[in-house]
Design a protein around this ligand. Structure first.
Ligand SMILES: [Zn+2]
Length: 461
């Protein structure tokens, strides 16, 4: 079972079997509730979730002992999101009962989910080793859960204030918190009297914040006979409020998926760079011996090594190739990295008349040295875009390199006009720009047709 399903199951299990929750839900159904119960409910769910994390998350579950951004995002959004749903519904229902008891028949609003707080937690837990961030799955989870009640208090006070009512915010202490909390205890008219810190809660603080409706009741103004805050009026405001919340949610979702994509790209780049360094390092060790063997063979067979200074792909270009190959073939970066066989590559040039004989001389010399040509691609044929003999050689120890055989004319075409045309073609969309694509292809074939084909070339296969 994956981590997310496991956490979800464990939480649901605890939730349905909790006698405390059952009791609080019963109280709500009987209308026998005050804001204190919303806080109790939130504290209980916060502790429940923190326990689920404690019992089910461990360092050995994550590669390199670290939670990736993507996984952290899934875990925290699923679990804290679920707590948000449960707690904001419960708090809203309590607020509705409190309103009714106070004689205000006003629908209540759900608080907006504090997504940026979840996002910050995601960032924090994926920034460091699991052992260093494990505490984030405890107290901050409880604190977040209780803040959902505070957010409901605030949202409803604000909503009623905008309806022309005079809501009050009440902060209570558990009696044994700290001086900072004691100083905040009180009853405040919303919004002007409310101290900015009233919704703040330090770690391990279990003080509560409540909202009490007050002021004008819904009804007819006895002087003007004008209906104030009619039910339709209120319903319309609620609709608008909910629509706004929905729109905010959609915007945030969009931003979030962009952020995840970016972070995945970043992780992929890091991984591909690491793989590229590793492969280049491996080949660096065998390169001097392979290069000296090739130089010796080239001298003996009257060949000319060209582009020797570019024999090793740069780390940057190999990284790009690993990324693009993995994407194109939909394979892992590891597989893509393993499949690349031309990280070390050489080009040897022979005149047309000696080309085929020289090729077989090289093969003979290779055999003597234990080198084995494992792949041959001969495109010296009419109508080809590119002309040359491209081979992959095994040095006898599993180290692969590419060796290209060219004639003076074929290397000139390859490095001159052909390369330019290829670069133009590469950036085109094969479907949308098909005409331009085919035109460039024909240009390339035409150009390659100026290359004389060496005699007896069909023997190379
Ligand atoms: Zn406190």
């Amino acid at each position: 079972m994956d981590i997310i399903s496991k956490l979800r199951d464990e939480f649901n299990n605890k939730y349905t079997n909790s006698s405390k929750i059952k009791n609080l839900v019963e109280k709500l159904e009987n209308g026998d509730v005050e804001y204190g119960q919303a806080h109790e409910f939130a504290i209980e769910l916060g502790e429940m979730l923190a326990n689920v994390f404690k019992e089910n998350l461990s360092v050995d579950m994550f590669p390199d002992g670290k939670i990736s951004y993507g996984i952290a995002d899934k875990i925290l959004n699923e679990t804290l999101g679920k707590n948000y749903d449960l707690i904001s519904d419960y708090s809203r229902d309590i607020q509705t009962i409190i309103n009714k008891k106070a004689g205000f028949n006003i629908k209540c609003v759900r608080a907006e989910k504090n997504q940026s707080r979840i996002d910050n937690m995601v960032k924090k837990v994926s920034d460091d080793n699991f052992e260093n961030v494990q505490w984030m799955f405890d107290e901050p989870v409880k604190n977040f859960s209780q803040s959902i009640v505070d957010d409901t208090v605030k949202a409803n006070a604000d909503f009623q204030y905008k309806l022309g009512m005079q809501p009050k915010i009440i902060r209570k202490s558990t009696g044994h918190c700290c001086d900072w909390c004691e100083a905040l205890v009180g009853e405040y008219d919303y919004p002007y009297e409310v101290p900015p810190d009233v919704y703040r809660r330090h770690r391990f603080c279990r003080c509560t914040v409540e909202h009490r409706p007050g002021g004008k009741k819904v009804g007819t103004n006895i002087h003007t006979k004008k209906i104030m805050n009619s039910q339709e009026d209120i319903d319309e405001r609620i609709r608008r409020y909910e629509k706004e919340i929905k729109e905010n949610e959609i915007t945030r979702e969009k931003r979030k998926s962009e952020r995840i994509k970016k972070s995945e790209e970043f992780e992929n780049n890091k991984k591909a760079t690491h793989l590229a360094s590793k492969r280049i390092q491996e080949l660096n060790e065998v390169e001097p011996s392979i290069t000296s063997n090739l130089k010796e063979i080239s001298k003996k067979t009257n060949g000319k090594m060209v582009g020797l200074e570019y024999r090793l792909k740069s780390k940057e270009s190999l990284t790009r190739k690993i990324l693009s190959d993995a994407k194109e073939a939909d394979i892992s970066l590891e597989s893509a990295s393993k499949n690349i066989k031309d990280i070390l590559r050489y080009t040897i040039v022979y005149d047309e008349k000696d080309f085929v004989k020289s090729y077989f001389d090289v093969i003979d010399d290779f055999n003597k040295k234990g080198y084995n040509t494992i792949r041959i691609k001969n495109t010296f044929k009419d109508g080809q875009v590119y002309k040359g003999v491209n081979t992959i050689v095994d040095d006898g120890n599993g180290n692969l390199f590419e060796l290209q055989y060219h004639t003076p004319k074929s290397i000139e075409v390859k490095e001159g006009g052909l390369h330019t045309l290829y670069e133009q073609q590469r950036i085109l969309d094969k479907i949308k720009d098909i005409d331009e694509y085919n035109k460039l292809k024909n240009d390339m074939i035409e150009l390659s047709n100026t290359i004389p084909i060496p005699d007896g070339i069909e023997r190379i296969k």
